[in-house]
Design a protein around this ligand. Sequence first.
Ligand code: UFG
Length: 328
Amino acid sequence: MTVLVTGGAGYIGAHVVRLLLERGTSVVVVDDLSTGRPDRIADAPLVRADLVADGVVDTLAGTMREHQVDAVIHIAAKKQVGESARRPAWYYRQNVGGTANLLQAMEQAEVHRMMFSSSAATYGLPDVPDGALIDEDARPAPISPYGETKLVCEWMIRAAGLAWGLRSVNLRYFNVAGSGWPELGDPGVFNLIPLVLQALSTGGQPMIFGEDYATPDGTCIRDYVHVLDLADAHLAALDYLDRDERPHDVFNVGTGAGASVRDVLAQIAASTPFDLQPKITDRRPGDPATLVADVRRIADVLGWRATRDLPAIVDSSWLAWQHAPGRP
Ligand code: UFG
């Protein structure tokens, strides 16, 4: 079996590629290397391509034929919520346009299986009672252009299923963190754990964006899922596409348990040598108080569940942080 992984040289993609290679699956990576790095994918063949470049549909279809690709794992995307609010058209072009090109290439090359990286950002400010888990049947209502692009891609993929028989699994990632190997850490410093590690290792003060939420300690609660567990979920999705005929499925990928910002900071204090004195700031606009996945569907249908806890996530983030060149 050969799997084409878009974004395979990035943080999440590289974990997926490594697990695929470890289990003996052939992999072709398509990545524009805008944030990805070729040293993350061992000797897997790399096609350097931006999914919205001129002529990319033919390039992709040619790659699929040449390598006899059986399935596509589509991870490549722009993923910063704040940036998406500043550059919405660019986000639509890259994420929606890129997915459209990929689907056209798959149709041309007759590749009928796809795993798509979607996001809990499709839920927006979820309409569930305080503290309730969110399941996949909740009405999607994204509040950022980033979340909108992920939802539009889910729709486009579903439509391809109806039109030409694409079978797809859409994984809605919750808060992905940690690293499976120190050299595969998240190079971006945009999320809570990397931002706190950066502040601490440069003598700065970590920030808590609001402590007056309707949660037990007043800080926001999220569902932090270890990137290696997430990568495992991709393999489970591929196996499912192999054995099931259903055209289109959506699954949350989380742990089903929430941690508050204060819980995460306490774990960072336990996992690192730093003395942690956070600064409380105003709320960040658009943050729901609680966003925790109901993970029953992925457990029932794919047989996947997260096995790594918050200490494992933070310990591995800290190891990877120390490993990254140029960081203290
Ligand atoms: N936070 C702080 N201080 C910081 C950084 C973050 O208090 O310095 C808080 C945020 O307010 C939020 C929590 O930590 O309550 C987590 O924030 P992140 O920015 O790490 O993650 P988000 O939950 O905002 O977003 C993540 C992904 C998005 C995805 C979203 C889906 O980064 O890509 O989950 O819900 F869209």
